[in-house]
Structures are given as structure tokens and as C-alpha cells.
Design a protein. Structure first.
Length: 301
């Protein structure tokens, strides 16, 4: 049986509360980026607790690729109603239709990278000056370079070499017109911390995180869920397997893992012994060694 120091979770929770309240104090119009994944669910749950009994003072912002898991979309709508907050949706399909981005074609085509333009347009259209995200420093090496308050210039771009110091938990949210910040209250959390907090708080999650039978195919050694908008190679065949997802994103690039874990307790036991990061099966991170950092510099989440 895996044991965990619950007092450590209370420290992480208190730190996230502090960051949320700093956002409310320093920014005029923040939004919480919501993907429907476990990190953004915990993020929004923390925001709810941080401002209780009042309602959290910002909307949820979801960038819909049009190729999301149906389970994710259903959960997103239910969760927004449960929180009692506004849900704002930016559509990648609309960006394609307007000629803002060009859809990829071919075997490895994905809309994941196209989200950047839609996100920046949605931030500009709604005049958001802060976008709160659920990134964690243990996810990927580029994530570890971010601060709690991550400055973006007037083009939405991030410069990892020009970040502001955050000594003594002092966060500098000063910005010029047209600039905004990305805020990361979960920066010091790990995947295991997230799951232990979900267990402690009994937080509801999409069914995708738990073992279920699904039609999948193998690509470059990883399993991916099949959908009718995906192109299979000549050697790729679908088969039904018992899988679950450690991370949730666009279906075209989100890998599954073979698993029989059907409860949070079983997932915690599985994650605590895993030697592969949760993004190890993300096709978009495999395009180059610096793919995440390059996308973040252009304005990605």
C-alpha cells in the first residue's frame, strides 16, 4: 500500500491558493485554461476552494481542436455547470475556416499545434491579461523553465532567458498594453501529488483516466485511440485493448497505456512505480527534442 504525507499536500494546496489570490489582486481579467484533463480539473477545484464561499472570479477557457475525446467534452460542460462559472470556447475549426491556420495533412497530421493561434486570438478578443494553466515542472523539461508568473510579450511569445525573479514569493505582474501573463499555480506539484490530492479530495474525473476497452492502433511503439478522422498507415491495424490515458489532449497525438487500473488507488500504485513520464506517449512531443519549448516560445500553453 502506497503511503503519502498529507501535510505536504496541504503545503502545496496553500501555495496554489496564494498564487490564485495574487492573480485576483494583480490582474483585471484573468481566465483559467481548461483542457478537461486531471491537472486542469485539480486547478479549477483549487480555484473554487481558494475563493470559497464566493464564486471563483474568472471563467474557464477551453481551446477545442475539434478532435478532442467525446468524454472530455461531456465532462467539460458538466464541470463548468457544477462550478457555476462561464465557459468560453475557442475553436480551432473556426481558425482553419478563417484562414488563420492551415490544417496539416498526411499520416501524422494533428491539430494540436494549431491551438496556439486560436488561444492567442481568444485571449486578444476577450482582453484577458492573465491565463492560468495547469502545467507542472515534472511534465517536460521546457515546463521546468517557467516561473509561477510567466510573462508573454505583445505577440504572445515567451522568452525563457528573460524571466522575472520570484524571490520570497513576490510575483511581478506588471505589463505593457497588449502583453499578458501565463500563471502556473501547480508548478511545484508532481503527477503523483495530483493523484494523491484527487484521492484525498474525492475529485471526479473523466472515465478516460481509468481502464476501459477501446479500439486502438500502434504507431511508433505507442498506442493511440482510433477515430474516423485519423489516417492509418498500411501496417497499422485497429484492435480492442484494455487501456487508460495518463494525459488527455487532442486524440491524434495522445497516447494510451495498457492498464488494468480502474480506481484512483490502483492508479497511484501504478504511477508511483512508473519510470516513464506521462508525456512519454505524446506524439507532438516526439517531433523534435525541443518541440515543447519551441511551441511555448510561439505562445503555446
Amino acid at each position: 500500500m502506497f503511503s503519502y504525507n498529507l501535510s505536504y499536500l496541504k503545503v502545496l494546496e496553500a501555495e496554489s491558493f496564494f498564487v490564485f489570490r495574487e492573480v485576483a489582486a494583480q490582474f483585471d481579467k484573468p481566465a483559467l485554461l481548461f483542457s478537461g484533463g486531471k491537472d486542469s480539473i485539480v486547478l479549477s477545484y483549487l480555484a473554487k476552494k481558494a475563493f470559497a464561499p464566493a464564486r471563483m472570479p474568472f471563467p474557464l477557457l477551453h481551446i477545442d481542436t475539434g478532435h478532442n475525446f467525446p468524454e472530455t467534452i461531456r465532462f467539460r460542460d458538466e464541470w463548468a455547470r457544477e462550478l457555476g462559472v462561464q465557459l468560453i470556447i475557442g475553436s480551432v475549426q473556426d481558425s482553419i475556416d478563417k484562414g488563420r491556420v492551415m490544417e496539416e495533412s498526411g499520416l501524422y497530421a494533428s491539430r494540436n499545434a494549431l491551438q496556439t493561434a486560436t488561444l492567442l486570438d481568444t485571449i486578444q478578443e476577450n482582453h484577458f491579461d492573465a491565463a492560468i494553466g495547469g502545467a507542472r515542472r515534472d511534465e517536460e523539461k521546457a515546463r521546468a523553465k517557467e516561473r509561477f508568473f510567466s510573462h508573454r510579450d505583445e505577440f504572445g511569445q515567451w522568452d525563457p532567458k528573460n524571466q522575472r525573479p520570484e524571490l520570497w514569493q513576490l510575483y511581478n505582474g506588471k505589463k505593457k498594453k497588449g502583453e499578458h501573463f501565463r500563471i502556473f499555480p501547480l508548478s511545484n506539484w508532481t503527477e503523483l501529488d495530483i493523484w494523491c490530492y484527487i484521492q484525498k479530495e474525492k475529485i471526479r474525473l473523466p472515465s478516460l483516466y481509468f481502464s476501459h476497452n477501446r479500439k486502438v492502433f500502434t504507431r511508433k511503439g505507442n498506442l493511440y485511440a482510433w477515430a474516423d478522422f485519423m489516417t492509418l498507415g498500411p501496417e497499422e491495424k485497429t484492435e480492442v485493448k484494455s487501456v487508460r490515458f495518463r494525459t488527455i489532449g487532442d486524440m491524434t497525438c495522445t497516447g494510451a497505456i495498457l492498464s488494468g487500473a480502474s480506481s484512483v488507488e490502483e492508479i497511484i500504485a501504478e504511477v508511483s512505480t512508473s519510470r516513464i513520464t506521462e508525456r512519454g506517449t505524446r506524439m507532438d512531443d516526439m517531433r523534435s527534442e525541443s518541440s515543447m519549448e519551441d511551441r511555448k516560445k510561439r505562445g503555446y500553453f
